[in-house]
Design a protein around this ligand. Structure first.
Ligand code: NAI
Ligand code: MG
Length: 492
């Protein structure tokens, strides 16, 4: 059992008023088993080759549990179980009954919210206040919302006869594990499909707990199957001939691979890939609120957010003031034990991701950027990256062009709307953007001209199950959430 006592919380040096007393959450309610098997056909079964890998706590580097590694044979079993459930039960289950199961899952998740939040933080490194107040509630929201659709499919596509697609293969990343599982499973089941889902290898635990919950909820065996493993397991799902649809969230690199491998197979596809969100602050914006918004946009979940506002554009005449205020605010962010209720910045998800981020920071410096980090201490064990700001960066700089997926903000300035639109749209990506101004007309003008799937105005990182989310350009294909997210699981 994870005991979480290895992290020493050092009070920040610069100002004692911010040195809160430790407020650690207990690891006990997570109740993590030493080993997890594959969830196939309603049962937990050993993988054919009996291979397992460790999931660690990235804040302590301690092993939390052993996770089964599914190979092609295991994935085949899972797809067969899903097909059988689809043919014999789920495709014949009335919408109102499917809705009942989804409501039940949502309510049971509410009851076990604390256990899921703590597990999420232990396994992935994100601050407990985020997993408690954002990840788990948003996951629950998704199940409730799509439960509402299950018996109303004829209203989703008026004049058409919506039919489920069949068996969906779903592959999710490590940045929002339980939330991504809910985003994938809830609309698929509401529409009448069965699923084979693979969580990311560093964060499988909450998906496996969801499998236990689904078993407790009495969902017919095989409707949801959860197989664990690395990229090869994901590829086995993608290439299985009896899968009708692939839903993937993760890197643009793997998204492109998937697109190539299913070309010509008739499999349907939705992709939610990377981003390089532009956050634009005009000189008429409420400055202090904008500072808060910019901090949230880039440092939420250590920057492990596809829609993070990782490029800041500040209007030139307020740039010095704004950057000074940002740096001041950086000093008050608490980095350290993710299980502490006061922690703002938790651990980087894996050693590999920390290496990626560090490489980008070094590249930022070598390409002439000016880096700023606060002098706060970080714990000795675990994977940590201080919140980082780069100024003096060129539009062509690697850290402006490429997704870093870490707490690294690249700041540029602009004078006119035309200039900032051109700079913001000069990106392979088009997932998210933010606009900060007190003029409604400016919001509409800028939002209409930005190439992004989502534009937030005077806010950032706001989500709702009823609202579609997704990207343009290399950020993806299709939408998740809302009616759009439901239609992605229906044949019309
Ligand atoms: P990844 O794209 O490799 O992993 C995402 C999921 O895909 C995991 O479940 C993984 O096991 C699976 N996967 C890996 N290779 C696969 C394959 N060939 N076929 C099918 N499934 C496969 O992302 P990774 O390597 O963990 O992170 C690398 C970079 O990707 C990050 O630095 C970040 O820039 C980006 N990323 C973006 C995410 C987003 O939400 N847009 C989420 C995770 C990573
Ligand atoms: Mg882990």
């Amino acid at each position: 059992m994870q005991q979480n006592k290895n992290i020493d919380i050092k009070p920040l040096e610069f100002n004692n008023t911010w040195g809160y007393a430790p407020a650690p959450e207990s690891a006990e309610p997570a109740n993590i088993k030493p080993r997890y098997e594959l969830f196939i056909g309603g049962k937990f079964i050993e993988p054919e080759k009996c291979e397992y890998f460790n999931s660690i706590n990235p804040a302590t580097e301690e092993v939390l549990s052993e996770i089964a590694r599914a190979d092609i044979a295991d994935v085949d079993k899972a797809v067969k179980a899903a097909r059988h459930a689809y043919d014999t039960i789920w495709s014949k289950t009335p919408g109102k009954i499917r809705a009942k199961y989804l409501y039940r899952i949502a309510r049971m998740l509410q009851e076990r919210a604390r256990e899921f939040a703590i597990t999420e933080t232990l396994d992935g490194g994100k601050p407990i206040k985020e997993s408690k107040d954002f990840d788990v509630p948003t996951a629950i929201n998704w199940f409730f919302y799509y439960a509402g659709w299950a018996d109303k499919l004829e209203y989703a596509a008026p004049g058409k006869t919506p039919k489920p697609i069949g068996v969906a293969g779903q592959i999710i990343p490590w940045n929002f594990p339980i939330m991504m599982a809910a985003w994938k499973i809830a609309p698929a089941l509401a529409a009448g499909n069965c699923v084979v889902l693979k969580p990311a290898e560093t964060t499988s635990l909450t998906a496996l707990k969801l499998a236990e919950l689904i078993q407790d909820a009495g969902l017919p065996p095989g409707v949801v199957n959860i197989v664990t493993g690395e990229g090869a397991t994901g590829a086995a799902i993608v290439n299985h001939p009896d899968i009708n649809k692939i839903a993937f969230t993760g890197s643009t690199r793997v998204g492109k691979l998937i697109q190539k491998s299913i070309a010509g197979t008739g499999k349907k596809l939705t992709l939610e890939l990377g981003g390089k969100g532009a956050n634009i602050v005009f000189d008429d914006a409420p400055i202090d609120q904008a500072v808060e918004g910019v901090i949230n946009a880039i440092y939420f979940n250590q920057g492990h957010v596809c829609c993070a506002g990782s490029r800041l554009f500040v209007q030139e005449n307020i740039a010095d003031l704004f950057i000074a205020k940002l740096k001041e605010r950086l000093k008050t962010l608490r980095i350290g034990d993710p299980m502490d209720k006061n922690t703002d910045i938790g651990a980087i998800n894996s050693a590999r991701q920390l290496e990626t981020i560090t490489d980008y920071i070094n590249k930022g410096i070598s390409e002439g950027g000016v880096m700023y980090q606060d002098s706060c201490a970080t714990p000795e064990k675990g994977y940590w990256c201080k919140p980082t700001i780069f100024t003096n960066v060129a539009q062509s700089a690697t850290i402006v062009q490429e997704e870093i997926f870490g707490p690294v903000l690249a700041v540029q300035t602009f004078r006119t709307i035309a200039e900032v639109i051109e700079k913001a749209n000069n990106s392979y990506y088009g997932l998210s953007a933010g606009v900060w101004t007190d003029k409604g007309s400016k919001i509409f003008e800028v939002a209409n001209r930005l190439e992004a799937g989502v534009v937030w105005a005077n806010s950032f990182n706001k989500f709702d199950a009823a609202s579609p989310f997704g990207g343009v350009k290399e950020s993806g294909i299709g939408r998740e959430g809302g009616l759009h997210g439901l239609l992605a699981y229906l044949n019309l």
